[in-house]
Design a binder for this molecule. Structure first.
Ligand SMILES: C[S@@+](CC[C@H](N)C(=O)[O-])C[C@H]1O[C@@H](n2cnc3c(N)ncnc32)[C@H](O)[C@@H]1O
Length: 378
């Protein structure tokens, strides 16, 4: 109590007088030393240097901050109305960012010989209790027609879990519990793509578009270049849900326009394949690639651009157009980097072609021709 009184008294004493505030009158010895220093040019010079160092350190820290951002968890698994669980971004995610890298709980051959329930049961018998609990926590849809009353129910549920969640992993099907929580989106609605790395024995999932904090991260379960009705039918039969993603929820007229663009992309891809049989020439093939890119842009369909640019690289190399080969390979490396990872073999191959176009496997397999590069637009 008494010390509070003392502080109040002190504040009163240092208040400016009603005659006006004289800064020098209230200056402490330390402040007067400082004001003397500020009058010297060398001190100003030192201050400018210090400010430059501080801004460099700030810049450096902001770079670290970006890296630290990438190290912060990118997503969490949450309950989503009507979808069971799903994956939501905890922060802004950059295009090309690695979201998941995981080994399978187990792999099974794509074509199972004998009883599928017994095969899944055998695979489960090799898991430890923690892995088993992870497996049994995954969602499943009951097969159409329900479970078979003659087989053990638990075994059928295990098979249903596998069928609902497994994805293709090279020549096999694998169960990857983290990525299994990703829900589906069609065409322009999915933002993440998974790819199997045979040599490493892992699946990697990359963000193919920038994803905003709070947004649900979606992958795709099917070839979403099919029309809405066909996509919905497939998803309902195989995965037991009625797709209401941003593309499937478009009003009818816009949905028809989207279906048209997707069908056009498929036609153009078929046309591009005709270059392989020499039914179209290099220049035309490159024009087709540009058109596919443009339609994809209008549809928001950014997946497979690495492969598309790699196809154009193949055409340009076939016709010995070194400049175009290098440019398409650069573009392919960039988009493969987003979709498959900058450390993927696809990126490495395209970087090698970019640096030495004549090493490409298709080099000079066709007549020489200037086919043209991607230009600044792509
Ligand atoms: C691989 S799991 C995805 C994660 C799952 N939602 C969960 O709770 O674990 C596939 C199942 O998720 C649900 N699902 C996936 N995408 C969906 C979507 N767009 N709308 C509604 N349900 C969806 C379906 O039940 C589907 O069978």
């Amino acid at each position: 109590m008494s010390s509070m009184k003392r502080r109040r008294g002190l504040r009163k004493d240092t208040k400016p007088s009603s005659k006006g505030f004289d800064p020098s009158a209230s200056k402490t010895p330390a402040l007067s030393v400082l004001s003397d220093l500020l009058r010297r040019r060398t001190v100003w010079f030192a201050l400018i240097i210090l400010a430059a160092i501080a801004s460099a350190v700030y810049y450096d820290l902001s770079v670290f901050h970006d890296e630290a951002d990438v190290r912060r968890p990118a997503f969490k698994v949450v309950d989503l109305p009507g979808k069971g669980k799903g994956v939501v971004a905890l922060r802004d995610i950059k295009q090309g960012e690695l979201l998941i890298r995981e080994e399978p709980l187990f792999l099974l051959p794509t074509q199972i010989q004998g009883s599928p329930t017994a095969t899944v049961h055998r695979a489960l018998s090799k898991l430890n209790p923690e892995q088993l609990s992870i497996f049994h926590n995954l969602s499943y849809i009951e097969p159409t027609g329900g479970f078979n009353l003659e087989e053990e129910h638990a075994h059928q549920v295990a098979l249903a879990i596998f069928q609902t969640n497994a994805v293709s992993a090279g020549g096999a099907s694998g169960l990857f519990p983290q990525m299994a929580r990703l829900n589906h989106g069609c065409a322009g609605a999915f933002t993440a793509v998974y790819s199997w790395r045979e040599r490493e024995g892992v699946i990697v999932v990359h963000a193919i578009k920038p994803i905003k904090k709070g947004e649900e991260i979606l992958t795709t379960y099917t070839n979403t270049k099919k029309p809405r009705a066909e996509r919905r039918n497939f998803l309902s039969q195989q995965y037991g849900f009625n797709c209401t993603c941003a593309v499937c929820s478009l009003p009818d007229a816009l949905s028809r326009a989207s279906d048209k663009r997707l069908a056009h992309m498929t036609e153009l891809l078929e046309k591009l394949a005709r270059w392989g049989h020499a039914n179209i020439d290099g220049e035309e093939a490159i024009e087709v690639v540009r058109k596919i890119w443009d339609v994809g842009e209008r549809e928001g369909y950014w997946s497979e651009r690495g492969r598309l640019a790699a196809d154009a690289t193949w055409v340009a190399a076939g016709h010995s157009d070194a400049v175009a080969t290098g440019e398409w390979a650069t573009l392919a490396a960039r988009w493969y980097g987003y979709e498959l990872g900058v450390d993927s073999t696809h990126v490495q191959e395209m970087q090698q072609t970019r640096d030495r176009p004549e090493t490409h496997a298709a080099w000079a397999t066709r007549d020489s021709m200037l086919v043209g590069g991607p230009g600044s637009r792509l």
